[in-house]
Write a protein that binds this ligand. Structure first.
Ligand SMILES: Cc1cc2nc3c(=O)[nH]c(=O)nc-3n(C[C@H](O)[C@H](O)[C@H](O)COP(=O)(O)O)c2cc1C
Length: 223
């Protein structure tokens, strides 16, 4: 007899790293967008982004970003950024999720901008790993969805141009390697923030959002 049963989750956030994406706004100020839909192949990163986020608007316009990786002890700044957006007119969907407009994300999160070498967006000094990157491709996801949901998410490919890491993350005796024992990524696991080994560090502000509010319109009713 099988021990499994079927469920229909509204979200499939099985556990991915938190990335703080810095970009440049239309007025030249920096923005920070916390995301967690990210995977890495070679020097490329695929980002899953809502098309109405300020991060997405800035990245498509300027073709530049920095991917800043927080360690698992950076819960406070990530929670401070949760449910904020750099879009002046907050989209209705985000209002219903409890989002508010925040002009100065660095100030609200208590983070420090650090100049980048090759791109305009600043790095985040407190993040142990920072990758300067440029836009490499855009794919519209969920294009079969009806109505406004169509085009709501994009898979955005970026090319890493330069990687900065704190000395403590470097694997001794190697020029270009990270010590996995020293690196403590923050993992977003069904809206909660975890470390890889030490368990859930703190309360996650994002987790106060009810999962069902994320449910997308059905594509094939009955399946
Ligand atoms: C931990 C965490 C993970 C998130 N993951 C994503 C994600 O993978 N993709 C996404 O589009 N938004 C994600 N969000 C929501 C964005 O932060 C939100 O869209 C926000 O509006 C982005 O800021 P911006 O509008 O200033 O770019 C996440 C938020 C938090 C706090």
């Amino acid at each position: 007899m099988s021990s499994h049963s079927t469920i229909s989750p509204a979200i499939y956030y099985w556990g991915t790293p938190v990335v703080l994406v810095t970009t440049i706004n239309e007025d030249g100020t920096p923005n920070i967008g916390p995301i967690s839909s990210a995977f890495w192949l070679g020097n490329r990163c695929m980002l899953g982004l809502e098309s109405n986020s300020q991060t997405t608007i800035n990245l498509l316009r300027t073709k530049q970003c920095v991917l800043n990786l927080p360690s698992d002890d950076m819960v406070a700044p990530v929670n401070a950024l949760a449910r904020t957006t750099g879009t002046i007119v907050v989209p209705d969907i985000k209002i219903s999720l409890g989002y508010r407009y925040e002009k100065d994300k660095f100030a609200v999160a208590g983070l420090t901008p650090q100049p980048s070498d090759l791109v305009a967006p600043p790095r985040i000094q407190e993040c142990p790993a920072q990758m300067e990157a440029e836009l490499a491709g855009v794919h519209e996801m969920m294009s079969s969805l009806p109505g406004e949901a169509k085009g709501f998410t994009l898979a955005v490919e970026v090319r890493v141009l330069r990687t900065h890491v704190v000395v403590a993350l470097r694997l001794q005796g190697h020029e270009n390697r990270i010590d996995p024992d020293a690196w403590r990524p923050m993992i977003m696991n069904f809206q909660h923030l975890y470390g890889l080994k030490s368990g859930k560090p703190e309360v996650s502000a994002l987790a106060s959002i009810e999962e069902e509010l994320y449910r997308l319109p059905a594509e094939n009713p009955g399946h």
